[in-house]
Ligand binder design. Structure first.
Ligand SMILES: Nc1nc2c(ncn2[C@@H]2O[C@H](COP(=O)(O)OP(=O)(O)OP(=O)(O)O)[C@@H](O)[C@H]2O)c(=O)[nH]1
Ligand SMILES: [Mg+2]
Length: 199
């Protein structure tokens, strides 16, 4: 039996992690307009799996820099400590937000935090899913997704990464591509009962 039993949703504050949690699992987690709503890990335990909604990293409304850094470090420590029991990490990004940051970073010769983290998560032995959220705000989806995955170090076209790249819109409920990836991972773990955890 596969001992890995946790799916972890991780990403900057305000990218829509908790909204996705509601859409995918139907659990009533708190969501909000301002970054910094989820302040500690939330666990949804279901059919032998733990689905975890983590606090975000980056700017958080109303918190001091010191506290923001503490929470950011906590997110990384969480993943490091549990790396051998994690089934997959779902790295959620805000599509238009990511593109803005990536363009700004390119101009300054810097690397976006999300790009660094996406690479860092690959140090571990679990799959890393890139959930590209807020696609409802994007005008040319194919071009935008190809730009994003190339920044992350994946070769376009994005459709050749069906097990890794999931363009979605949590707010409008268009999350099928991510649900499909999660279901496939559950099936690979041979815990089919847990398919019922996904709405
Ligand atoms: N346009 C659009 N807005 C979204 C989408 N998903 C989430 N949002 C909005 O983004 C904001 C943040 O959503 P949350 O789900 O609280 O984000 P989070 O990543 O959990 O944020 P933290 O808990 O602060 O880390 C809310 O105003 C949501 O309505 C989406 O797919 N499209
Ligand atoms: Mg949240």
């Amino acid at each position: 039996m596969n001992r890995r039993n946790e799916f972890v949703f991780v990403g900057r504050s305000n990218v829509g992690k908790s909204t996705l949690f509601r859409q995918i699992f139907g659990v009533k987690v708190k969501i909000g307009k301002k970054p910094g709503v989820t302040l500690k890990p939330f666990h949804f335990k279901c059919k032998g799996f733990i689905f975890t909604d983590l606090p975000g990293y980056g700017y958080m409304h109303g918190l001091r820099g010191k506290d923001i850094r503490r929470i950011g470090v906590g997110v990384l420590e969480y993943i490091e400590k549990r790396s051998t029991s994690i089934t997959a990490v779902i790295h959620v990004i805000d599509a238009p937000g990511f593109i803005d940051i990536a363009k700004r970073c390119t101009r300054k010769g810097e690397i976006p935090v999300d790009v660094e983290l996406f690479h860092y998560f690959h140090v571990f032995d679990f799959p890393v899913i890139l959930a590209i959220n807020k696609m409802d705000k994007i005008r040319d989806p194919d071009q935008a997704i190809d730009y994003i995955i190339e920044c992350m170090g994946l070769l376009p076209p994005w459709r050749q990464w069906p097990d890794v790249v999931a363009p979605i819109s949590g707010k409008s409920g268009e999350v099928e591509s991510l649900k499909k990836i999660l279901k496939n991972l559950i099936i690979s773990s041979r815990k089919h009962e847990a398919l019922k955890c996904i709405r």
